[in-house]
Design a protein around this ligand. Sequence first.
Ligand SMILES: *Cc1c(COP(=O)(O)O)cnc(C)c1O
Length: 362
Amino acid sequence: MNRTTILLNPGPVVLSERVRRALLRPDLCHREPEFAELQGRIRENLLRVYELDPERWSAVLLTGSGTSAMEAMLTSLTPDNGRLLVIENGVYGERLSRIAAIHGIHHESLHHEWGAPIDLARLEQALAADRFDRVAVVHHETTTGRLNDLAAVARLCRERGAPLLVDGVSSFGAEAIDFEGWGLAGLAATANKCLHGVPGVSFVLARRQALESPPAPRSLYLDLGSYYRQQEAGGTPFTQSVQCFYALDEALAELFDEGGQPVRRERYRALAARVRSGLEELGIGALLPAGDSSCVLTAYRLPAGVDYPTLHDHLKARGFVIYAGQGGLEKTLFRISTMGAIGEEDIDRLLQAFSELSSPGE
Ligand SMILES: *Cc1c(COP(=O)(O)O)cnc(C)c1O
């Protein structure tokens, strides 16, 4: 595969040259002051993405993919013997439930069909019927591209005094997130999606108060309490992925130079709209209306008579990697993300490649 392959899968993303070059900074020991400085700067800058008050909020950095941050968040921010309500409407919501089950966290799942919007009346009933210490939900459900209505979910949770834990892995850095207004308790995210870093680093943003009095550890490696204590002192409990930290540091600097999260969201929106209208002209429709979809990824229906492997290989031969539907959806859907260092000319070449897809029988 050559360097000009354009990744349209939901992370890892096409890196800018600036971020790629950051991987070549000097070798560094994670017990040296230079590492403490690097780690401290990333933690501060992660808070700056949404202008969070560093007196109240903290970012805890982990070496691991986005799922490690989900698991660290649920296990470290659900109180001892706490009860968790998990909202599911896709693969990642169901993953939150699995994490809770594996760690023996008392939980209930409010299940929805993949792609369905969260049923607020059912959520309200569930919260009224039982006492929950935490609610967990996915912001952008990457399974279908649906952007869940966090403002509405958060309002119900606030009314019932059940703090909200969010999987923001595929929204952090691009979608609007009102941490204070929505009263969030914590959010898990990763370096290699909307932040345009490399895979290998993830993080949880949480309120300092919660990090300072965590429950008894449910995991050795994913205990946010110990990461927080040591990172506050410039250290780290375990070896961090130094080169991935370099890349994230540079990716955050690049994000700010480009105008920050609101500008990134507009850029993703413009690219997604270009794909959507171009594919529509070719008779390929989106699963969800634009207003229900994130700016990050859109799911499309496979054109009649074209299966996913054929579409994938046709596009890959022309330099584009797209993503299949998950679970049973690979038979009917494909997905296109517009994250990463890509531009309008890449989208236009993608649409050209789609137009060269011969219909069956031709
Ligand atoms: C990508 C993603 C994850 C994490 O996936 P990893 O493969 O562990 O990085 C979690 N939640 C959502 C919503 C995602 O899109």
